[in-house]
Structures are given as structure tokens and as C-alpha cells.
Design a protein around this ligand. Sequence first.
Ligand code: CA
Length: 230
Amino acid sequence: MPNERILVVEDEQAIVEIVSQALKRYGFDVTTANDGDTALDMAYSLRPDLIILDIMLPRMDGWEVCRRLKSEGETKNIPIIMLTARREERDVVEGLELGADDYMKKPFSLAELMARVKALLRRTLGRDLGKVITNGEIQVDLEGETVFLRDVVIDLSPTEFQLLEALVKKPGRVVSREELLARIWGLYGGDTRTVDVHISRLRHKLDDGNKPRPVIQALRGRGYRLTWED
Ligand code: CA
């Protein structure tokens, strides 16, 4: 199955970059447009699976792009997430009346945008694009094997990813070293110091200097648990 193609329409290059990078990490194909005219051309020629559309754009604003796409048979079923810097309820209502499928207010959370993209694709394409587990400020995307801490992607080894996944799945509860050893390394009754070594690397990577701080506590003779400290 080919990857879903997402068209990102936004004239602020910094936002284009960060949204595109995040989408690519999730395995999507990404095309970008910096103004309304180009966005329309691309939507007609590429038929993306979803469009992330900013409102304030040069040449033709996002409202007009949305209105035109939603009024034509060939493009009206392409789901659109509008990005709005404005806060008036009126604008949101207007957008939804024009046919936008969802909207996000700037500044938005990258992890939340990804979650909405997936939810919308799931709804429109009927495809399950994988589950995301949230624990405090950490989001673990199981399918994309991506971890976000406060919206920033944390670069983890496959082993560290599996360790974190095991801890995140049991919020506040203790996971024993033996269980981790069995689940991740497939070892029963081996040397649990292997686990400790990887946990200490994981701790280091989760320390972004911000609060609340994710803490992997070691409980003597019992195992590890993930908690948050203010
Ligand atoms: Ca803009």
C-alpha cells in the first residue's frame, strides 16, 4: 500500500519545516505549497489524502482554497485540517461551514496535530494508522516507533524504545527487571544488569531540563517505574 500523501499549505517556512518533518517520521509522503494558488493546483494534480491548510496565505486565503476544493466533486472528499491564528469562534464556525473537517489553533501541539491527522485519515480512509499512548508529557507512537517529549522527538534505540513503551503502558506501576528482560531480550533468568545499563541511557535521553520531569525510579528488588516530578 502506498504511503498517504499529505499536502501542507503554509507560508511560514518554519512551520512548514517542522510539520513536514514530523509527518515524514510518521511515514507520510509530504508535499508543500506556500500560497493559495499553488495549493489549489497541487490539490487538483496530486489528489492528496489530506490537506493541512493555513488561513492566512498570500494570493488566495485558506477560506477560499477550502471553499473551492469542497465545492468540486473531484476534490470535495479530501479531508482538510485548517490552521488558524485567529481565536474568534466565528472563524471556526465559518471554516466548518465551508467544509473543513477539523481545525487547530496556533500555536498548536505537534503531537496533537499528528494525532488529528491520523484520526481524520482513519475516519475518511478507514485505515488504522496505529496507536498512540500518552503518559504525562510523553507520547509514544507504536506504529511510527516515535517518541515525543513535550512535542519534541526523542531519538531512541530500538531497545530504549521498547523499555519506554513497557513503562509508559503501566503508568505509576512497577515493572520488574525480569519482566523487561523477558519481554525485550527474550531472556528468562539472565543477568538483569543489562536492563540497568539501558535504563540509565534512557534516563539521560529523557532529561530535557524541563518540568515536570520524567523520572524512571528504581525500586530496590522490585523494578522500575515511570513517574513525573515538578
Ligand atoms: Ca500563514
